[in-house]
Design a binder for this molecule. Structure first.
Ligand SMILES: CC(C)(COP(=O)(O)OP(=O)(O)OC[C@H]1O[C@@H](n2cnc3c(N)ncnc32)[C@H](O)[C@@H]1OP(=O)(O)O)[C@@H](O)C(=O)NCCC(=O)NCCS
Length: 231
């Protein structure tokens, strides 16, 4: 089981990387890493505002809540270098990406309490667009994902995603994710994800991607010639 797994890999000079499940006491730290790492993602700039300080605070409140939800309804993986948490990946179990009413209300109250009315409206439109695109078939919902900027391009994000994909293959499960950066599309494609749809949300291009177990397409998704796809 993934819960018991840890692994080490010497990817770059003296970097000793360990991938393991986060303990409950690490969730706030994980949210802070995600908020910092995803601070400039275009969808977050659009939803949480252009002021970097306000955006950081609002995003942190949002991710605090989201990480706790993902931890209770799936798995949160951490990447550690010399024992320090430097990367985070969430994976929500099938059916859990449509929260129960009580969870939705809690989430909504967090958003309303920490954002101005126009921001609440933008966040609502963003999350509604993502919910509308959510596959009806059973799937694990992957994300959020971020690696601390000082440790990027050293294979850590890939290690987290490979662990996730190994888990999907062991369960013969479909994985699904959204991204707002074309550079990430290419990254996920190398892991067996394919673009199923591209849509502008609040004017920001979003890619919706799916991965069949072992990276084999089930034929219901399109490859390079998806309508509207630029990448
Ligand atoms: C996406 C992210 C987690 C990848 O983590 P990472 O540790 O840098 O990933 P890796 O070193 O394993 O690199 C993975 C691949 O991603 C691609 N990639 C990532 N960032 C890139 C960039 N700035 N420019 C070009 N390629 C990039 C490359 O294909 C890279 O492989 P390569 O280094 O062999 O060329 C990290 O860039 C990040 O935290 N980004 C900000 C938050 C975010 O966008 N999260 C994902 C939301 S869907």
């Amino acid at each position: 089981m993934i819960r018991k797994q840890t692994s080490h890999n010497q990817t770059d000079g003296d970097l000793l990387i360990e991938i393991r499940m986060l303990a409950p006491g690490e969730l706030r730290r994980a949210a802070a890493i995600l908020a910092h790492g995803m601070h400039d993602n275009p969808m977050h700039v659009k939803a949480f505002g252009t002021n970097p300080d306000f955006r950081q605070r609002r995003l942190l409140r949002f991710l605090d809540h989201l990480v706790a939800y993902v931890h209770s309804n799936g798995k949160v993986l951490g990447a550690y270098v010399h024992g320090e948490l430097i990367g985070v990946l969430g994976m929500m179990e099938p059916g859990r990406c449509r929260p129960a009413l009580i969870d939705s209300l809690r989430f909504a109250s967090t958003i309303v309490a920490s954002n101005p009315p126009a921001g609440v409206w933008r966040i609502h439109r963003w999350l509604a667009a993502w919910a509308r695109n959510d596959p009806t078939d059973l799937h694990w919902h992957i994300g959020p994902l971020a690696v601390r900027s000082a440790y990027r391009r050293r294979g850590i994000g890939r290690r987290l995603m490979v662990r996730c994909c190994q888990h999907m293959d062991a369960l013969a499960a479909t994985a699904y994710l959204e991204t707002d950066l074309e550079v990430n599309v290419a990254f996920y494609e190398t892991l067996g994800f394919i673009v199923t749809k591209r849509e502008f949300v609040l004017g920001v291009p979003n890619w919706f991607m799916s991965r069949s177990p072992s990276g084999v397409s089930d034929g219901s998704t399109c490859r390079g010639s998806c309508p509207g796809r630029t990448g």
